[in-house]
Design a protein around this ligand. Structure first.
Ligand code: ADP
Length: 281
């Protein structure tokens, strides 16, 4: 069984005492060929990172510019109101400013948690957290966005206590509920449910919105991923939310899965261990 190896050939002619001789120098270049392939692969990776970076900067700049422009426009309109003082318009402009401000704050919150998670600095501070109560707070926090689309978010199930980082689990909930609202049509109901399965708690967020197609479903937890569907591109977003959710669940020994039918809706199910019964019965 012979082996074929790539070789580099060098020839040289030498004259010695009127004798001419041709020398052939053969060198096995297997190693350097591997090295070259590795360099090419590394270059491809760098290019891909570069593309992700510029995509990301692009989205973030856009996400920052939209509410900032709207705030600028609203404040200019407010300062032009002096003559024809109209209470309704005044309140409307203030509401726009408040909502844009909220949007900017949550964008910054998302960017910060992403970079902390990325740097491994988001170590959870475990404490007893009751999931139903926390869901209620998350739903209340998002009610202005839900109200604007006339969406009712209902909460059901029983209180379950897990050992978790309260702030991080709140982020998991707001990301999932915010997505459910964003990717739902007007009025589409959303249900949040907490259930106790002895060894783990399940948080389910179910919408009857646009759904996710089969080609996208395996990518939605990847950082920066956003579907190309026009209903998704019409909404504000960085593609970071679900990657943050997954990162947080990893540090909590939890998991998340999704079932979805395009055009009919999606259900995200988070599972968190309830290692010990924290509430004595
Ligand atoms: P963003 O919402 O900022 O785009 P996410 O990481 O939260 O980023 O979500 C990634 C992608 O997953 C979204 O762009 C969208 O395509 C899809 N997605 C997430 N949640 C839903 C949902 N409830 N219904 C339909 N598509 C969803």
């Amino acid at each position: 069984g012979g082996r074929v190896v790539p070789v580099e050939v060098r020839a040289c002619q030498i004259t010695y005492h009127d004798q001419e001789a041709t020398y052939l120098l053969l060198r096995d270049v297997t190693e350097s060929r591997h090295a070259r392939e590795e360099i090419l692969a590394a270059n491809r990776k760098l290019k891909e990172l570069d593309r992700l970076k510029s995509d990301f900067l692009n989205t973030v700049s856009h996400e920052l510019r939209t509410p900032l422009t709207s705030i600028k426009w609203s404040t200019e309109s407010l300062s032009g109101l002096n003559e024809s003082w109209d209470k309704e318009t005044f309140e409307k402009l203030l509401r726009i400013i408040r909502e844009d401000n909220k949007r900017l704050t949550s964008l910054i919150e998302q960017l910060l948690s992403f970079s902390r998670l990325d740097a491994g600095q988001l170590a959870p501070k475990f404490e007893p957290v009751e999931l139903k109560d926390l869901s209620e707070k998350a739903i209340l926090e998002l009610s202005p966005i839900a109200d604007a689309k006339q969406i009712r978010v209902s909460l059901s199930g029983s209180p379950v206590t897990v050992s978790a980082d309260r702030e991080q689990i709140r982020l998991v909930m707001t990301n999932l509920i915010d997505n459910a609202i964003k990717y739902s049509r007007t009025e589409g109901p959303i249900t949040v449910e907490i259930t106790d399965h002895q060894s783990h708690a399940i948080l389910s967020v179910k919408d009857s919105g646009i759904g996710i197609n089969n080609a996208d479903i395996n990518s939605i937890f990847d950082r920066f991923f956003r579907s190309d569907a026009p209903e998704v591109r019409d909404e504000a977003g960085t593609g970071l939310g679900l990657s943050i959710v997954r990162g947080i669940l990893d540090t909590h020994s939890g998991s998340i899965d999704v079932t979805s039918t395009q055009g009919q809706g999606s259900e995200f199910r988070v599972s968190l261990p309830t290692t010990q019964k924290l509430e004595s019965s």
